[in-house]
Design a binder for this molecule. Structure first.
Ligand code: ADP
Length: 155
């Protein structure tokens, strides 16, 4: 168990569908601490880096183009085992296969237009947080509910 920070992006489809508040609320209700939050217009250059692992895929450019059709909201979320917990809450990539109750299972029908991006490992989270946030845009603040979110041997 470790207190971790992870990167979430609310994708352009989420802004277009006016789901920013609803999806952010899911993360807040779950108990994650919001350490950073900002609106950004992504560029092809940044997306080529962010989605480098997809560069050989036939849909690479299409996925990047979709991510530039509107701004995104970048979130830095913190919690115990936050990286895996956010991925579990997001559900698998294809919304049609995602279990009911997950974000993708509840809010989307698409492989591509799948509401959120979430970092998939501690190494990726560190690289992605540095890609989307400057150090001074990540805030440490005392989450008053912390003792009610975890037992004291869980962090
Ligand atoms: P995830 O976002 O679940 O970590 P990937 O890193 O594999 O998934 O892919 C990044 C994004 O690229 C996905 O969230 C999705 O928007 C898009 N994508 C991935 N695979 C496909 C696919 N087969 N068809 C369409 N879009 C895809």
């Amino acid at each position: 168990m470790a207190l971790e920070k992870t990167l979430v992006l609310l994708k352009p489809c989420t802004l277009q569908r006016a789901l920013v508040g609803e999806i952010t609320n899911i993360f807040e209700r779950k108990g994650f601490r919001i350490c950073g939050m900002k609106m950004m217009q992504l560029t092809d250059e940044l997306l080529s880096e962010h989605y480098a692992h997809l560069s050989e895929k036939p849909f690479f450019q299409r996925v990047k183009d979709a991510m530039m059709t509107a701004p995104v909201i970048a979130l830095c979320l913190e919690g115990v085992d936050a990286i895996a917990a956010v991925r579990a809450l997001a559900g698998p990539t294809n919304g049609r296969n995602a279990a009911p109750g997950t974000i993708r299972g509840s809010y989307c029908m698409s492989f591509q237009e799948n509401i959120v991006h979430a970092s998939d490992s501690p190494e990726t989270a560190a690289v992605e947080l540095a890609r989307f946030f400057r150090p001074e845009e990540i805030f440490e603040w005392n989450q008053a509910t912390f003792p009610w979110l975890y037992a004291n041997d869980e962090f």
